[in-house]
Design a protein around this ligand. Structure first.
Ligand SMILES: Cc1cc2nc3c(=O)[nH]c(=O)nc-3n(C[C@H](O)[C@H](O)[C@H](O)COP(=O)(O)O)c2cc1C
Length: 107
């Protein structure tokens, strides 16, 4: 079963954009291996991430992400089953978070 999970959080006080960029670079091959796609938006210290893929993989990853002390205040915004993925790859955008809600693949 495929799911899409969306959460928002706040970057840790001792971290900045370069930490987020490093996470995205490291996550790319790991997500690809697990069949996970999506996007991470970073804007004004706020993070919003959409994760799509096999339920088991997405939920296991989300548990690790929730525990990661490079951000805090993780709030799950949406969890739904999907028939097809909306994002065909994995990446990062610096657009305001509201824009991400309107996005299709093409970031
Ligand atoms: C905001 C944020 C987003 C993250 N997104 C991902 C991701 O999409 N994929 C991933 O593998 N790790 C992601 N991580 C890193 C995970 O929290 C974790 O460090 C990583 O999965 C490696 O875990 P492991 O060393 O136990 O394998 C993210 C971390 C943060 C703070």
């Amino acid at each position: 079963m495929l799911i899409r999970l969306t959460y928002a959080s706040q970057i840790a006080a001792d971290r900045d954009r370069s930490d987020i960029e490093a996470i995205v670079e490291q996550s790319r091959p790991a997500n690809q291996r697990r069949g996970i796609t999506g996007v991470l938006a970073f804007h004004d210290g706020r993070i919003m991430q959409i994760l799509e893929g096999p339920e088991r993989e997405v939920l296991a990853l989300y548990e690790r992400i929730r525990m990661d002390d490079r951000h805090h205040g993780v709030v799950e915004l949406q969890r739904e089953t999907i028939d097809v993925v909306q994002f065909e790859r994995w990446g990062m955008t610096s657009r305001p978070l509201a824009d991400v809600l309107l996005m299709v693949d093409g970031y």
